[in-house]
Design a binder for this molecule. Structure first.
Ligand SMILES: NC(=O)c1ccc[n+]([C@@H]2O[C@H](COP(=O)([O-])OP(=O)(O)OC[C@H]3O[C@@H](n4cnc5c(N)ncnc54)[C@H](OP(=O)(O)O)[C@@H]3O)[C@@H](O)[C@H]2O)c1
Length: 335
């Protein structure tokens, strides 16, 4: 059985622990495949214990196969999957299907992937249409009763949509998983979630490498020695500011590299263990500030994700940026 090399964790508001660095399983296209199983098995061999997938990625069976073949004890793993937009009207059924596909008795975290719901024809419902995000959340809260979802949370929620949810929720989401990197730092959302005990998980944390070779990031990496990479700087920034990070890579060397970051800022219960036997990238306050302000460079404040649409004057999956509570212009460029 592969040993865990990383014991760095954040503590969620339900008292459970989540490894600060996980591996993301969005492979760029939907679908099962041996490449997914190989990536997750390699990650587990290297010491990853946090796996992020989704019904929408179409690869839960391949992820589950990797979990079984790696033979890492289930209680050492932190497994996240997500409720698809088309399943908001049948939460329990969709959750059970995910458990079956993954081949597990429980997941550590179940997220509402997006706040908007689709109807049976795949058309997006408006925020006021049933099931609303609040109705969907209430169904997710019920999943906690039999322990098959250890924690529940949301994804792609803004201050606006979280405020709407929290006004009606019995359970505060444990996690909000959103796009976070120095081009889209979402400082206000980070502050909002931190004050309410909601851990942010950063998706696209190396910005899909679209700006990773910027000279400012290279200068920080170089200052830590020749072995430190730009990706490690980006991930270290994410973890040091108190967010979990879930970079995806199919390359073993990059998987190893991405695991070698450290954090200093406690969140909730704080770090369980700052000791780590690998190479440590610990950013100074000045380096953190440079990365915090990186989005201020002309043209830099933007999403790196391809799901933004010019439809409706700027939207994602049928909701306008105003409905999502995102201060974006057409194409995902931040206002
Ligand atoms: N909740 C949501 O709506 C949502 C949306 C998007 C993503 N996510 C989650 O977040 C995860 C990560 O996001 P992402 O895949 O969009 O972006 P990302 O992790 O920022 O970037 C992935 C890309 O960066 C490359 N890469 C990773 N580590 C690298 C390194 N150390 N050096 C050089 N290149 C590196 C990968 O290439 P190779 O594979 O070729 O190495 C891949 O092309 C996803 O897999 C998914 O689990 C969630």
């Amino acid at each position: 059985m592969p040993a865990a090399v990383s014991s760095r964790h954040f503590t969620l508001n339900n008292g459970t622990s989540i490894p600060a660095v996980g591996v993301g399983c969005w492979m760029g296209v939907c679908g099962e495949g041996e490449h997914v199983t190989t990536m997750v098995k390699t990650a587990l061999d290297l010491g990853y214990r946090h796996i992020d997938t989704a019904e929408n990625y179409g690869n839960e069976q391949s992820v589950g196969k990797a979990l079984r073949e790696s033979r890492v004890p289930r209680d050492e793993l932190f497994l996240t999957t997500k409720l698809d937009q088309s399943d908001h009207g049948r939460v329990k059924e969709a959750f059970t299907t995910s458990l079956t596909k993954l081949g597990v008795d429980y997941v550590d975290l179940y997220l509402m992937h997006w706040p908007m719901a689709y109807d049976e024809s795949g058309n997006t419902l408006q925020p006021e249409d049933s099931p609303t995000l609040v109705e969907t959340w209430r169904e997710m809260e019920r999943l906690l009763s039999d322990g098959k979802a250890k924690a529940i949370g949301v994804s792609n929620f803004s201050v606006q949509t979280l405020t709407e949810l929290l006004a009606h929720a019995s359970v505060v989401p444990a996690v909000n998983q959103v796009e976070l990197h120095p081009c889209l730092p979402q400082h206000e959302l980070v502050d909002f979630c931190s004050k309410r005990g909601i851990l942010l998980t950063a998706y696209s944390p190396v910005g899909k490498t679209k700006f990773a070779d910027d000279p400012a990031i290279t200068a920080i990496a170089s200052g830590h020695g020749p072995a430190v990479t730009n990706a490690q700087v980006l991930l270290s920034w994410g973890v040091q500011r108190g967010t979990a990070v879930i970079p995806k890579t199919v390359h073993a060397e990059r998987l190893k590299e991405n695991l070698q970051v450290i954090f200093s800022v406690p969140f909730c219960g704080g770090p369980d263990d700052l000791e780590h036997s690998g190479q440590l990238v610990h950013l100074s306050a000045a380096e953190m500030e440079t990365l915090d302000q990186f989005h201020g460079k002309p043209g830099m404040h933007r999403s790196v994700c391809g799901f933004h649409s010019a439809e409706l004057g700027g939207s994602c999956f049928g909701w306008t940026y105003a409905q999502l509570g995102w201060a974006m212009a057409v194409g995902g460029i931040h206002l």
